[in-house]
Design a protein around this ligand. Structure first.
Ligand code: COA
Length: 274
C-alpha cells in the first residue's frame, strides 16, 4: 500500500516502482521557499517508508528544474530574524544534502530546465544526474552579491574540476545541459523530448540491483573519498562482511548460484535475476 502523501509545493508521481519527486512551484521556477524545504523533507521521508518506491527521480515542474533559493521568501523574509533563518537553513540542508546523499534507495536528478545556485546541492546529492541538452545551469550568486553558500561551493569543488568550479563561480556565466555533461556535473544530457524516457530506462535498471549492495556501493563511493587508503581498506572490508550477513534477500548467494552452478548469467555482462 503506497504511503505517498500530498504537499503544498511538492508533487509525487508514481510509475512502475519509480517515484518522481517534483519541485512544484512552476510559476516561481521552483525557487526553494521555506515551505518547499519542509515539504521536501516530508516527501522524501514518505518515499523511504513507501515499499512501492524503489527508485527516486528528483525533477521540477514547468520550464525549470529549480531556480535556487527563493530570494524573497528564503533570504529577504528572514534577514532580520536569525531564529527563522536557522530553522529554514536546517530544513534546506536536511533534504538537499543529509537525506538525499545517503538516501536508502537509488536517486537520479532529472534536470529539465533552469538550475541555479542552491539547486546545485541537490543535483550533487543525487547518485546520478541526467540533464536536458537545453537545460540552463548557473552559479548566479556572484551576479547579485552573495557567495555560493549553504554547501554549494563545497559541492562544486567536489564534483567538478577546480578550474571549472572556479570559472563558473566567479563569472556567474550560464552553461547548457550539454556543457554540464562535458564537464561532468551530470552523467549525460539528452534532448528534452527524450529526457523522461531516458531517465525511466536508467531508473528501471537501478531497480533491478540488489538494494543493499546498491546502497553500500553508493556509500562506499561517497565515503572513501575523504579517507586514507588504510581507512578505506578497513571500511570496505567491514562493509563487505556486513553485506554477507545483512542482506535479507541473500542476493550474493543467489547470484553466485546463477553464475557458478546454473550458469544462467554472466556478472560481467549484466545483472543477476533477483
Ligand atoms: N527567488 C524568488 N523568486 C524567483 C526566483 C528566485 N530564485 N526565480 C524566479 N523567481 C520568480 C520571479 O521573481 C517571478 O516572479 P513574479 O512572477 O511574481 O514576478 C517568477 O519566478 C518567474 O520568473 P521570471 O524571471 O519571470 O522567469 P523567466 O523564465 O523569465 O526567468 C530565471 C527564469 C530562472 C532565469 C530568472 O527568474 C532568474 O534569474 N531567477 C533567479 C535565479 C537565481 O539567481 N537563483 C539563485 C538564487 S541563490
Amino acid at each position: 500500500m503506497s504511503k505517498l502523501g500530498t504537499y503544498e509545493t511538492v508533487k509525487l508521481e508514481h510509475e512502475n516502482g519509480i517515484t518522481f519527486v517534483v519541485m512544484n512551484r512552476p510559476e516561481k521556477r521552483n525557487a526553494m521557499s521555506p515551505q518547499l524545504h519542509f515539504d521536501m523533507n516530508d516527501a522524501l521521508d514518505d518515499c523511504i517508508m513507501d515499499d512501492d518506491t524503489k527508485v527516486v527521480v528528483l525533477t521540477g515542474a514547468g520550464p525549470a528544474f529549480c531556480a535556487g533559493q527563493d530570494i524573497k521568501e528564503f533570504f529577504r523574509a528572514s534577514d532580520k530574524d536569525p531564529k527563522v533563518r536557522l530553522k529554514n537553513r536546517r530544513a534546506s540542508h536536511g533534504w538537499r544534502w543529509e537525506k538525499l546523499s545517503k538516501f536508502p534507495k537509488p536517486t537520479i536528478a532529472m534536470i529539465n530546465g533552469y538550475c541555479f545556485g542552491g539547486a546545485f546541492t541537490q543535483v550533487s546529492a543525487c547518485d546520478l544526474a541526467i540533464a536536458a541538452d537545453e537545460a540552463v545551469f548557473g552559479l548566479s550568486e556572484v551576479n547579485w552579491g552573495i557567495i555560493p553558500g549553504g554547501i554549494v561551493s563545497w559541492n562544486v569543488v567536489n564534483v567538478l574540476g577546480f578550474r571549472d568550479a572556479m570559472w563558473y563561480a566567479v563569472t556567474g556565466e550560464t552553461f547548457t545541459g550539454k556543457e554540464a555533461a562535458a564537464i561532468k556535473f551530470v552523467n549525460k544530457s539528452v534532448p528534452l523530448a527524450d529526457l523522461r524516457a531516458t531517465t525511466m530506462k536508467l531508473a528501471l535498471a537501478l531497480k533491478e540491483k540488489s538494494p543493499v549492495a546498491y546502497r553500500y556501493t553508493r556509500d562506499a563511493i561517497r565515503s572513501t573519498r575523504g579517507m586514507t587508503v588504510e581507512q578505506a581498506a578497513d571500511y570496505l572490508n567491514a562493509k563487505s562482511d556486513a553485506l554477507k550477513t545483512g542482506d535479507p534477500e541473500k542476493n550474493r548467494e543467489k547470484a553466485m548460484t546463477q553464475f557458478l552452478d546454473e550458469k544462467s548469467f554472466k556478472p560481467g555482462l549484466g545483472n543477476f535475476k533477483r
